[in-house]
Design a protein around this ligand. Structure first.
Ligand code: PLP
Length: 446
């Protein structure tokens, strides 16, 4: 393909950017000194910047470009929908064709307890929706005190006020992102907290923190527990196999609703359509976004399980909640085509049976490297911990202290050398597009 670097005046874009663009999660003073890198094109698993450099995108953008970049069938579907009906809402007794078709398709591919879908514009809005839905559910059931939601430290559930509060990022809570009625427990981080235990023993211990918290808050006050099957932005924390079934058992014991935030784990990321299927749990609500459109157009939503949907529909009257862009026809058209690709190209099965196990083999072998203390994968997410001093047993390794900056240093080095990874402290993370082949895995890890 033709080089793109002669089309763009990088210096001019960087000047405009520094002058006017406030980026998310960015220290602008620091950015000002470095200048932004300008991405101009994508194809498959690769990106090109404005200076013509080719970069392997090990992060699927922001964990979302599951079917890869440059899919013309999605842009065609979007174009056709824009020409046919660019917008119509689904408030006030109307719908549009793609939104209704997508709701039906999502029900078809999701676990059996899901028969209803609520659309939003993003994952954050979807988690706001969850918060209001579960509180409304308990009000309708006659338990107006059951409003507390329990989440986990370092969880990321979005950037709206409710999303930030549900999340467990201290830096977000400190900057006006906290509201009452949200509690947090520890992450099931075996590396950090599992010393002296087998992974399975630790899974039970970590799930037990939920029971402790429920009893501390008062079981009659707890509405729901929310968690990602595998925590993404919190560091790709892959829980021991015992963790989620024990969480579900505790939720059942205290009649607490279970919300699986599958904004990252949904749509094949873990080698199953939804991560909760891999963890063998049956959540009452599932948050989705990102992979539903592979990021081509913004879209999110909530899969509403029968337990909640039946009460809201039968007893709730109007649910006073929704967004202008709930069920946007163009976004839903993109999602329909994206899901068709996932199905027809058998990408979920490919990750489960072929490329996922291959990535595991190659990625976890990086533990032989003197700088890598621990590495693990689940489907197409993976993380490794850089280490100051290696030891035979993983818990005896000397890891870097949290603010050492070694992860960011490594990320910058990788980026400069043509691979996008992400750093959470000293943990280096990848979440490649599901279309990545064995040969491309070899290109990434050699
Ligand atoms: N939930 C999880 C697990 C996420 O990873 C994200 C975004 O990264 C969100 C929610 C928020 O989604 P959005 O950025 O679309 O609002």
């Amino acid at each position: 393909k033709a080089a793109t670097h002669d089309v763009y005046d990088t210096a001019e874009i960087q000047r405009q950017d520094a002058a006017h663009y406030m980026h998310p999660f960015t220290d602008h003073k620091a950015l000002g000194e470095r200048g932004v890198r300008v991405m101009v094109r994508g194809d498959g698993i690769y990106l090109w910047d404005s200076e013509g450099n080719k970069i392997l995108d090990g992060m699927s953008g922001l964990w979302c470009v599951n079917v890869g970049y440059g899919r013309t069938s999605i842009s065609d579907a979007v174009y056709r929908q824009m020409q046919t009906l660019s917008f119509y809402n689904s408030f006030f007794n109307t719908t549009n064709v793609p939104a209704t078709r997508l709701a039906a398709l999502l029900v078809e591919i999701s676990p059996p307890q899901f028969n209803h879908v609520f659309f939003t514009g993003s994952g954050s809005e979807a988690n706001d929706t969850n918060l209001r839905m579960v509180r409304r559910y308990w009000d309708l059931k006659g338990f107006p005190n059951r409003h507390t939601i329990i989440s986990r430290y370092n969880a990321y559930h979005g950037s709206t006020v409710a999303g930030a509060a549900l999340g467990g990022m201290a830096g977000m809570h400190e900057q006006g992102g906290m509201i009452p009625g949200i509690e947090h427990i520890g992450q099931p981080n075996y590396l950090e907290n599992g010393s002296g235990m087998s992974a399975d023993e630790f899974g039970i211990v970590a799930a037990g923190w939920l029971e402790t918290k429920i009893l501390e808050v008062g079981a009659d006050k707890v509405a729901a527990f929310i968690g990602e099957p595998v925590q993404g932005a919190g560091g790709v924390i892959i829980p021991p196999a015992t963790y989620w079934p024990e969480i579900e058992r505790i939720c059942d014991k205290y009649d607490v609703l279970l919300i699986a935030d599958e904004v990252i784990c949904g749509f094949g990321r873990l080698g199953t359509w939804f991560g909760s299927e891999l963890m063998q749990i049956k959540p009452d609500l599932i948050t989705f976004a990102k992979g539903v459109t592979s990021g081509y157009v913004p879209l999110g939503g909530v899969l509403v399980g029968d337990r909640v949907a039946d009460v809201l529909i039968e007893e709730g009257g109007d649910f006073n909640h929704g967004f202008t862009y709930s069920g946007h026809p163009v976004a839903c058209a993109a999602a329909l085509e994206n899901i068709r690709i996932l199905i027809d190209e058998r990408l979920v099965q490919q990750v489960a049976q072929d490329t996922g196990p291959y990535l595991k083999e190659k990625f976890e072998a990086l533990m032989d490297h003197p700088l890598v203390g621990y590495a693990d994968t689940c489907g197409f997410v993976a993380g490794l911990n850089l280490v100051r001093k290696k030891a035979e047993a993983v818990h005896d390794c000397e890891f870097f202290e949290p603010d050492h900056g070694v992860g960011m240093l490594c990320r910058g080095y990788m980026f400069a050398n043509g691979i996008i990874m992400r750093a959470v402290g000293d943990r280096m993370i990848i979440a490649p597009p599901l279309v990545m082949t064995r040969a491309q895995i070899d290109e990434m890890i050699f």
